[in-house]
Design a protein around this ligand. Sequence first.
Ligand SMILES: [Zn+2]
Length: 345
Amino acid sequence: MPGVYEVAPGVYRIPLPLPMQGLTAVNSYLFTGADGLVYVDPGFSDDANRQAIERAFAELGHSISDITTCIATHHHWDHYAQAYAWRGEIGSKLYIGHEERHSILGFDLDAEVRYPTQTEQLAEAGAQAVSRAIAEGEPSEMEQNTPYGPPDGWLSGGDRIELADGGLEVIATPGHTRGHVILRHTASGVLVTGDHVLPFITPSIGFEWSPEPQPLQSFLRSLGQTLELPDGALLPAHGPVLGSTHARVKEQIAHHDERLAEVLELIGRRPSSSYEVARQMKWTRRARALDDLPVEHQMIAISEIRAHLEMLRLQGRAQTVDDDGVLRYAPASDQNPRASSSATA
Ligand SMILES: [Zn+2]
């Protein structure tokens, strides 16, 4: 629902429309800073987005030029592109997590091999055709036309953005992307969670130009650290506000425990590559076969399975078997002292 929603005293949720398939809206969050407005995740840079923001700001008696600081929870366009475009237009400053620099600075429209890390991992997973299709793919029109580049400054965990009333504490939560951050509003205790914690879906892991080697390990750690923060209302980037961030974090952890068990069961039948496991699973809400997905979604799905297989290996529950250049996984042999029957690590 478009509009302006006060979700804590002085904290406004402004949903913004998205042109992407699947996700139809992103929540932006507006705060009053020490010397101007502080705006978090102000959406994708198109006319519909600007119009929605202008309407919401008019309702609040603000104008766009009152924005002095934008923060993006991560570098995906639906969070970053508008804030990036505004830098030249209204002179606002844009900040994002320091670890986002790998994908932001590495991104190259003219790259000879697109998604170089994933391309290699896909080949290693035995998905040669997907690997080639990704490597040789052309940038989409949206990719070519979306304003994109480095921010004005990088944030680290422990940083604080001063507000008229209290501040926003920056907490590093790598996983969805390697430099993802969430923000804790000190005055109200609410948590702006970006895509790290979402009410109805679990975020994709490591879908970015330069992913880290073990994104699921980072993500599960970040979820654990989120449980160590005082619980507060969940202000997600997509979907409704929920009363308890901790409750939803626990569900996301349980979801990945189930996923890990399911993947372990599949490699127990026969040693399998990430690709072979992914082909045995159903994808999207409509339970589609891997081969029926668009090639970029196949890449995301196979990376997701790779992340789970690697997590099982790190937990000592799986081991790798190199089979003529294709990396297959099998349950860890019982002799392996690190092997554990416990579902948690
Ligand atoms: Zn995202």
